[in-house]
Design a protein around this ligand. Structure first.
Ligand SMILES: [Zn+2]
Length: 297
């Protein structure tokens, strides 16, 4: 396609955006994402073509958050609303009913990717973004939605999604190779966010709390984790950066094991934003810590 036609198409898209309800102040379509990984994947696909904002701010985890009236107004202006779904953002379901108009395209990135959580209470495990293979599929779901909402940007969205998808595929290859030869395969974590990740790389997740980080484990659950960790000769416990480490410290002391960080990437800190740390960087650190804690060569 000639440069001339691209410019014309961009102009046409601009005019369409300008006529519809909901363009961002600078004329680009406004795309609102629920929390950090959705924001990161959407931003990677959109590039400069759309204005992408995250509802949940840096420093806050996506499980427990409530939208303000300003957030509701922003969703009302959005061309596309991207959320994970599968119950991860209970507030988003409410927000969609309240704010998403007929011109807002609503996308649940985990559509078709979830399986029931282990432990079996019937609910789905929402944490698909922690598996680099499922993350690639979520990126494709987001790409398709952006293309439908803004057909003039198809070439851009498609090229961006392919480039980011290749980085995620490389991340998957590093996890696969890096976790192949390990002394131990049991991963004791503070909340059950790593079901997809551990399944993908033939590891086993032993979760101290439930699916949400704020759920306090009962003494019976704790006793079971201690027993499992002793039986399986675990030498490290993995905790997440955004929750209180008190529980994991108690366990680590009782079992005489090390504490390592395993980030569920449910949020990002202000410092990480300032340092331009993204999903792939956080996942690379996760891989390093898993390799260390599991004794991988
Ligand atoms: Zn979680």
């Amino acid at each position: 396609m000639s440069r001339h036609i691209s410019v014309l198409m961009a102009l046409a898209a601009f005019v369409v955006a300008g006529c519809r309800e909901g363009p961002a102040p600078d004329g680009k379509p406004l795309v609102v994402a629920s929390f950090f990984p959705m924001y990161e994947f959407t931003r990677q696909v959109a590039g400069d073509r759309a204005q992408v904002v995250s509802l949940v701010p840096p420093g806050v985890a996506g499980h427990d958050w409530e939208p303000s009236p300003q957030d509701v107004a922003q969703v009302r202006r959005a061309r596309v609303f991207v959320y994970n779904g599968a119950g991860f953002e209970p507030w988003a379901e409410k927000l969609i009913k309240e704010a998403a108009g007929p011109s807002t395209m609503v996308v649940a990135a985990s559509t078709g990717l979830t399986v029931p959580r282990t432990g079996g209470d019937g609910g789905m495990d929402p944490h698909v973004w922690l598996d680099p293979v499922l993350a690639q599929r979520a990126v494709e779901v987001i790409r398709a939605a952006l293309e439908r909402s803004d057909p003039g940007g198809q070439a851009t969205y498609s090229a961006n999604a392919a480039a980011y998808g290749a980085k995620l595929a490389a991340l998957d290859a590093r996890f696969d190779a890096g976790l192949r030869n390990c002394t131990r395969r049991d991963v004791v974590v503070s909340h059950a966010a790593f079901g997809y990740l551990t399944r993908r790389y033939r590891l086993e997740q032993i979760a101290v709390t439930g699916l949400a980080p704020q759920a306090e484990p009962s003494p019976a659950v704790l006793a079971e984790v201690v027993r499992a960790a002793r039986t399986r000769a675990v030498t490290a416990i993995f905790l997440e950066p955004l929750v209180s480490p008190k529980l994991a410290e108690t366990l680590a002391r009782e079992l005489g094991v090390r504490l390592l960080t395993l980030n569920p990437v449910e949020g990002i800190t202000k410092q990480e934003v300032a340092d331009r740390i993204g999903y792939i960087d956080l996942m690379t650190r996760n891989l390093e810590n898993l390799r260390e804690g599991l004794g991988c060569t």
